[in-house]
Design a protein around this ligand. Sequence first.
Ligand code: XMP
Length: 319
Amino acid sequence: DWTMGAYREEAIQKIRDQVGDAKVICALSGGVDSSVAAALLHEAIGDQLTCVFVDHGLLRLNEAEEVVGMFRDHMNLRVIHAQEQDLFLGELEGVSDPETKRKIIGKLFIDVFQKYADDIEGARFLAQGTLYPDVIESVSFSGGPSVTIKSHHNVGGLPEKMGLKLVEPLRELFKDEVRVLGRELGLPASFIGRHPFPGPGLAIRCPGEITREKLDILRKADAVYIDQIRKHGLYDEIWQAFVAILPVRTVGVMGDGRTYDYACALRAVTSVDGMTADYYPFSHDFLGETATRIINEVKGINRCTYDITSKPPGTIEWE
Ligand code: XMP
C-alpha cells in the first residue's frame, strides 16, 4: 500500500545511506522541485546540508528575497545567496540561440557550484530536484542517437572534475506527487502551490538577445500578469503562467504621442505533469483588462498578445 508518508521515510533512509556523514550542497532554484528536495534533505541530514541559491539575474521580481527568506527564516536551512548576476548576464550577452543559452547557463551553474562547493569542507554530494519527466525527456533511445527535446540544465550528470556525486531524491516522482510530499514535509501551502519555474529562468522567456533592460520590463509585466491571475482567483487552476518579451518593437499611440516599444506574449496553460498542456481559456474580459494594465503600468511594452498554442506541438516555454 503506497503512501507519500511511506515514500518519505524510505527516501530519507536512502539519502542517509547514500550520504553517510558527508556534506551535501543543494541547488536551490526557488522552484517547487528543488525546494521540496531541500526540505527532504534537511530532514534526512540536517546541517550536513548547505543550500546554494544562485541568483543568475534571470529571476522574477522579488524572487531571491522571498526564497532565501523562507528557507533561512521559516525553515532554518543553511542558505548561501550567490550573487552571480554579472557572471551570467555577461556570458549571455549577444547570445540568441535557445540551446546555446541553456548550455551557457547550465555550464555556469556547474562552475558556480564548484566554486561554492570548494568552500564547504567535506562537501561530496550535490543534490538536485530532478523529476521523472525531466529524466525521461532526456533519455537516449537504445540503438539510436541521443535524443534530447531540450537540454534541461538539471539533468545529465556533472563533469568528473567537480568531484561531486549526485543526490536526486525526487527522480521517481511527478510534479503532483512532489507537491504532496512538500505538504507532508511542512512547506507552506502558498509555496507548494507555486507555478513551476525553469532553471534557466527568464532567459528562455526572452527570445533573442537578453539585455538587462528587457529583463526589467519582463519582470514588471510578469508581476502584473500574475497579480491579475491571483486577483481573479485563477492561480490554482493554472499549471503555469508567465509573460515572454518578444524581440520586436511595434508602433503604438499613447495620448498624443507615438510609441515604439516591445510586444509581449502572455502564456497560461493547464497540465498534469508538464509533458502535455492546453492553453488556458481566459475570458476576453480578463485578457482585455490584463493587456490594458500591462501597457499602462509597464513602461517599455505597448502591445500584448495571448499565446493559444498547446503542447504538443508547442512547448510550454518559448525556448
Ligand atoms: P517545456 O517548455 O519543455 O516545459 O514544455 C515543460 C516544463 O519544464 C519546465 N522547464 C524546465 N525546468 N529546467 C527546469 O528545471 C529547464 O531547463 C526547463 N525547461 C523547461 C517548464 O517551465 C515547464 O514547467
